[in-house]
Design a protein around this ligand. Structure first.
Ligand SMILES: [Zn+2]
Length: 578
């Protein structure tokens, strides 16, 4: 039946070749600059921010057809030509009639499905509950993700960088063909991959910069649940007893003459425990799925007798882990399907010894580097992890220059796959320099699409071919040089947040492109010292960058030399050898 409908549609359209029309196995969306398809948007009953985002997505798809020589209308569903096939974006009546309930899909998941000659691309599109202080709200735009992946897979489109059409490359695709029985439901590797600033830009979503709509706060939430300003006067017993005082103040770090009350809590106090639990429920009932549980920064333990006795342990990490476990177990009954995320941070930085099997609704938030994850490899954590990535940021020793390599990006996302990471907070947006870090960010972004099968090597090639076309070969050599030069920083010194770890120990590391003379000079500079200071290391990095040969782009056959950096910055067995 479907084949008959297809043939009728193509015969009526009259311009497609007969060979395409009779093929039952494929649908031809466009050929030789002609298409009888229309892009169909849902009627505007959604939030205006969603309508705008879907409209922009449709515009990008129309540009793709234009780039291949054809024009295609964009219409609302109520205005669609029912006699012609359509590419239906989002929660349309056609999608629902085909059994695609976009509004029921999980965050950032999407469906591709053919319905006769028409194509449905749909995900759940909704804005997060909380209004941001400024700018747009965070939205999940599963339909935009469905469309960007579709354009990449079938239409030769490459999303290379933010910035509208400037950041998109439409590779020539004279014939756009999809399987007639296309049916795919895809769940993202992570529920968010976000630097905090909400985005609805098509390119960024194509690059898997996915807004967080699952967690209300990435903050020290315990002090938000029990604010000192609200409770200090009436309930001083809520706050940590320290040197005989419950209510203590310190000067605000930058506001003169403003005093700030210490936020540290008396965790054995039942009211404190209940206030935190009620804040968990409040946030989850507002529409979020995850709640981050995090004690105050610079944790100061309460010294009251009840706190000392709490859970019969003197270890505050154990006390807080056990409290979190109790909250999670209670939450499992009260709000099944929701998650408590406990940050492995300062006093809770190590796994608890009191239990190894975590409740299924408890996730752990750890730093985005191998040692941080490996601390947890022996426990059963069915809820998985979330993480916070310091890969990019102006505080790195490289400053605003490129920081990372494609290999670093590949390894990082592989780690996410291995540890079932469910969300990534980006401390800084990836790549301050989108030109020079383009290949690396592309690897990071695209690895999230298929962590099992994609590799840095193939993705760098995909990027360079799309971005530079006939200049791809010399640009490949240029980027090879750059990545060799960055390797030591990107993969050894700059792990975690770019601050040189305090550990010492001789390690070998590849440092490329140093002449014999500079190598000897280099070895002389580092020999005999018992540590590399931040300034020293900055010099090392500048030294390497100076070694990038501006006029030596065709010297690609040289291999990186290897020197011994002593002392190194990582402990043996860290897995960070390069
Ligand atoms: Zn106490």
């Amino acid at each position: 039946m479907r084949i008959a409908v297809l043939n009728l549609a193509f015969v009526v359209s009259g311009w497609l070749s007969w060979s395409a029309a009779v093929s039952a196995a494929e649908l031809v969306l466009a050929a030789e600059g002609k298409s009888n398809y229309q892009i169909v948007l849902p009627d505007p009953t959604l939030d205006p921010i969603i309508d705008r985002a879907l409209g922009k997505a449709a515009d990008v798809m129309r540009e793709m057809f234009l780039a291949n020589g054809g024009t295609i209308p964009v219409v609302r569903e109520s205005q669609a030509d029912k006699q012609q096939p359509g590419i239906y974006l989002g929660d349309t009546a056609v999608a629902r009639a085909a059994g695609v309930e976009a509004s029921q899909l999980p965050v950032w998941a999407y469906v591709w499905k053919t319905a006769g000659p028409s194509v449905i691309l749909a995900g759940r599109d909704w804005p997060a509950t909380k209004q941001q202080d400024s700018g747009d709200r965070s939205c999940c735009l599963g339909t935009v993700k469905a469309m960007t992946d579709f354009l990449r897979e079938f239409c030769g489109t490459r999303f290379l960088a933010p910035g509208g059409l400037v950041g998109i490359e439409f590779l020539p695709t004279p014939k756009i063909v999809i399987p007639a029985g296309l049916s795919r439901r895809k769940h993202p590797l992570v529920n968010y991959n976000s630097g905090g600033r909400p985005t609805t830009e098509v390119n960024e979503i194509g690059l898997n910069l996915l807004n967080n709509v699952t967690t209300e706060y990435f903050a020290h939430t315990h002090e938000l649940a029990v604010p000192a300003e609200k409770y200090a006067e009436q309930h001083p017993e809520y706050f940590a007893l320290f040197h005989g005082q419950r209510i203590r103040q310190h000067p605000h770090p930058w506001k003169p003459e403003v005093m700030v009350k210490e936020p540290h809590l008396c965790y054995s106090n039942k009211d404190v425990q209940e206030l935190i639990y009620q804040d968990i429920l409040r946030s989850l009932d507002a529409g979020y799925s995850d709640y981050l549980s995090l004690q105050a920064d610079g944790f100061q333990p309460c010294t009251c007798d009840d706190c000392k006795r709490l859970f019969d342990t003197a270890d505050w990490g154990e006390k807080l882990w056990l409290l979190n476990k109790h909250w999670a177990e209670r939450l499992l009954k009260d709000r099944p399907g929701k998650f408590l995320v406990v940050s492995a941070y300062t006093v809770t930085g190590k796994p608890p010894t009191a239990f190894q099997d975590f409740p299924p609704n408890l996730r752990v938030s750890v730093g985005s580097y191998q040692q941080a994850f490996d601390l947890w490899k022996d426990g059963a954590i069915p809820g998985g992890f979330v993480t916070y990535l310091h890969a990019w940021g102006g505080y790195h020793l490289c400053g605003y220059l490129p920081v990372r390599t494609p290999q670093y990006a590949e390894r990082t996302v592989r780690m996410y796959g291995q540890y079932h990471v469910k969300g990534v907070g980006l401390d800084s947006p990836p790549a301050i320099m989108w030109g020079l870090e383009g290949p690396t960010v592309y690897v990071y972004a695209r690895m999230l699409d298929d962590v099992q099968n994609l590799t840095a090597q193939q993705l760098v090639e995909e990027y360079l071919q799309a971005a530079y076309g006939p200049a791809a070969a010399p640009m490949t050599r240029m980027f090879d040089e750059l990545h060799h030069t960055l390797a030591a920083y990107a993969e050894v010194f700059g792990v975690d947040n770019g601050i040189l770890p305090a550990k010492h120990g001789a390690r070998r590391a590849s440092v490329p492109r140093l002449s014999n003379a500079s190598r000897q000079e280099h070895a002389g500079r580092v020999a005999g010292r018992d540590g590399i200071s931040r300034e020293d290391h900055h010099g090392l990095v500048r030294h390497q960058q100076a070694a990038l040969p501006a006029g030596n782009l065709d010297a690609g056959t040289d291999r990186p030399s290897t020197i011994t950096i002593s002392p190194g910055s990582i402990s043996p067995g860290s897995g960070l050898d390069i």
